[in-house]
Design a protein around this ligand. Structure first.
Ligand SMILES: [Ca+2]
Length: 144
């Protein structure tokens, strides 16, 4: 004699699984978004470190740091080619170099992201590196 068996899941069981998956996805999404923003920040960190290394080389030769009043961005990717730092568009950040003493012994290179921030909010993301190679974030789009 054959008995009739039911296979598969009931609608209630499927609904419970869908709700659990939804809760897990909602919990993971903020971590995923901050991880993508952090990965986008690697552009600024890498180029600022490159600027620092090339500034030290420039200073060895000319006894001062390289300065220009021009920013390096997608519209002007070769503004820093004098110190062999070029931008390959599309870049997310705009880079500038300033000094408190006309480049004699100090400089600060700044990378600022354009609107609308890295994660599509209006928060800016700004990194700086100085003549001592100290790299810091002054406005972090991950936490803003
Ligand atoms: Ca943000």
């Amino acid at each position: 004699m054959k008995t009739k068996q039911t296979h598969g899941f009931t609608l209630i069981e499927l609904m419970i699984v869908i709700v659990i998956i939804g809760i897990l996805a909602a919990m993971a999404l903020p971590y995923f978004l901050s991880a993508t923003v952090k990965s986008k920040q690697t552009e600024a960190k890498a180029i600022l470190k490159q600027i620092y290394v090339q500034q030290e080389a420039y200073r060895q030769e000319y006894d001062r740091y390289f300065l220009t009043g021009v920013s390096m961005d997608n519209g002007n990717p070769t503004a820093f080619s004098r110190i062999a730092v070029d931008l390959s568009p599309p870049a997310r950040y705009t880079y500038s170099i300033a000094s408190a003493d006309a480049g004699v012994s100090t400089f600060v290179a700044t990378a600022t992201v354009g609107a609308p921030g890295l994660d599509d909010d209006p928060a800016p993301d700004t990194w700086v590196i100085d003549q001592d190679g100290v790299l810091q974030v002054t406005s972090d789009d991950v936490t803003l």
